[in-house]
Ligand binder design. Structure first.
Ligand code: FES
Length: 153
């Protein structure tokens, strides 16, 4: 004999089914959240970390310090042209990509491949001959100084 359901049982089952479907629609396996405006908030899985490349004592005022840029794997230079002012440049020549060398007195950089020379403070090509080879300065590397630690992002 078939079981008979009263009206209240049928209504309860219907409401429960709608609630389950509604919950499933709200669940999301991603960590992203969607706002009422339809915008997606994405939480980064990790924050960029700074990589220590030198100590401030490695770069006395008026000197140059060579290190390997952890982001590119190629050599780079940190200079301290004035007390407390640290700047860094990639050693990649902007003419055709050779590695430039820093002058020992930190007054500039030169490229042995075709002779380009760069200013140590601005990173720009600093002679007429150099400017005919390239107009682009050496790539500047952003530094963070925390205590005696010099790091790159
Ligand atoms: S690659 Fe440096 S001057 Fe040509």
């Amino acid at each position: 004999m078939a079981k008979q359901f009263d009206r209240r049982q049928v209504l309860s089952a219907g409401v429960a089914g709608v609630a389950i479907v509604g919950l499933a629609a709200c669940s999301d396996s991603d960590s992203d959240e969607t706002t009422e405006q339809g915008l997606t908030n994405t939480t980064p899985t990790s924050m960029p970390t700074n990589k220590v490349v030198a100590k401030t004592t490695d770069v006395p005022v008026g000197s140059v310090f060579k290190f390997n840029d952890p982001n590119t794997g190629i050599p780079a230079y940190i200079l301290q042209p004035a007390a407390g002012t640290f700047i860094a440049y990639s050693s990649k020549c902007t003419h055709q990509g050779c590695i430039v060398e820093a002058y020992p007195d930190a007054s500039g950089f030169s490229c042995a491949c075709h002779g380009a020379k760069y200013d140590s403070v601005t990173g720009a090509p600093d002679e007429v001959t150099s400017k005919t080879l390239t107009a682009t300065p050496l790539a500047k590397i952003s530094l963070t100084i925390a205590g005696d630690q010099i790091s790159v992002a």
